[in-house]
Design a protein around this ligand. Structure first.
Ligand code: UDP
Length: 353
């Protein structure tokens, strides 16, 4: 089945592309390679791809209808939308870029999906959206359920919340079968060592810990050791990127089962968008990540305590019971030793590490 994956050259996108292919689907990547890397899709995964923007309506329509040569005559049966900008700090410096890329372009994509769907006997193609725990803002409860209020505290989180709202409204009006996946902290790498995390600049904890261990950076900064947590450092719910990828497969399958053809009079059947947290329910502190990394790599590192990063909550941990219960999702590689062993294997293979 042909599945359009926007941002399929990025970190979570590329792992999902690999999982889709392993499950027998045909992923087709749309990426502008602004942060994702062409070599990942062209040389490593060797999947069909189109270089272009999600906001290019004519291009996206030609992909959805199967008229574009990259579709090899097949219609797109589902859309997984990863493309967008994802660095919280940058979203404060360049908010227009974030709203433009994450919101305006997503709206253009969604419009294309519902328009093409309106002309199709089976209605709009199922749509899966990469959201984030950043939509919750500062947690009011120890673990976050999907019903926690959405009070994002930065432009990145607000852009994700806006797209969630767009999706819900379009789903009700046009019967768009849709799932919103809210990721907690994506981490780790493909266990085969083919693909992994490469961000430039790298802001995430685990690759930075590993960089400090290989000497690529002189030391690690621990952003705050005075949080209200047992060891004072921030707690996050690290989830293996392959487990996240697996959740997308389950989401596609669930939507394909629920896809409803328009009623006899042609009116769309409203769809209530499904929302799932993807996390483990287990938090780990910065200190715990450092200790686990030492155990896995056998290396040490220099770490200095630095001031807190603006807007970093003390603790972000998912309640992912709904994804487990309704999607049958079971994180398999999301324990810290496995995450770190996979990340370390990938990290060592990177040039300059
Ligand atoms: N962190 C840190 N030093 C770093 C990068 C991150 O202490 O160089 C901390 C950060 O304050 C947070 C946790 O590690 O408590 C995870 O941060 P990351 O940027 O990986 O993900 P976020 O939760 O911000 O999306």
């Amino acid at each position: 089945m042909l599945i359009l994956v926007t941002g399929g050259a990025g970190y979570i996108g590329s792992h999902t592309v690999k999982a889709l292919r392993q499950a027998g689907h045909s992923p087709l990547v749309l990426d502008d390679f602004s942060s994702g890397r062409r070599a990942v899709v062209e040389d490593t995964l060797r999947v069909p791809f189109v270089e272009g923007r999600v906001g290019d309506g004519a291009l996206v329509r030609s992909l959805l209808t199967g008229d574009h040569p990259a579709c090899a005559g097949q219609r797109v049966e589902a859309v997984i939308h990863f493309a967008g900008r994802s660095i919280v700090g940058e979203s404060w410096q360049r908010p227009a870029e974030y709203y433009g890329s994450n919101v305006s372009e997503a709206l253009s994509l969604l419009q294309a999906v519902v328009e093409v769907g309106a002309a199709a006997a089976s209605g709009p193609a199922p749509f899966i959206f990469s959201s984030s725990c950043a939509v919750y803002g500062l947690p009011r409860t120890l673990t976050l359920t999907e019903d926690h209020p959405l009070e994002p505290i930065n432009p990145y989180g607000r852009s994700k919340r806006m797209v969630e709202e767009l999706i819900r409204d379009l789903a009700l009006a046009h019967g768009l079968p849709s799932i919103i996946l809210r990721y907690f902290n994506a981490a780790g790498a493909d266990p085969d060592g083919e693909i992994g995390e490469v961000h430039d600049p790298e802001t995430h904890l685990i690759p930075r810990v590993l960089d400090a261990m290989t000497g690529r950076s002189p030391f690690l900064q621990i952003f705050g050791d005075d949080f209200d947590t047992p060891d004072g450092t921030g707690i996050r719910d690290y989830t293996h990127v392959c487990d996240l990828a697996e959740a997308h497969l389950l989401a596609v399958n669930r939507l394909l089962l629920r896809r409803a053809a328009p009623a006899a009079d042609g009116a769309p059947v409203p769809f209530r968008t499904l929302v799932y947290n993807l996390g483990t329910g287990q938090g780990a502190s910065v200190q715990e990540v450092i200790e686990a990394a030492k155990a896995v790599t056998g290396r040490g590192l220099l770490a200095h305590v630095a001031p807190r990063r603006g807007g970093d909550p003390p603790r972000l941990v998912a309640c992912a019971d709904r994804a487990r219960g309704e999607l049958g999702w079971e994180p398999r590689r999301s324990d810290l030793p496995t995450i770190l062993a996979d990340a370390w294997r990938w990290h060592q293979a990177l040039p300059g590490r």
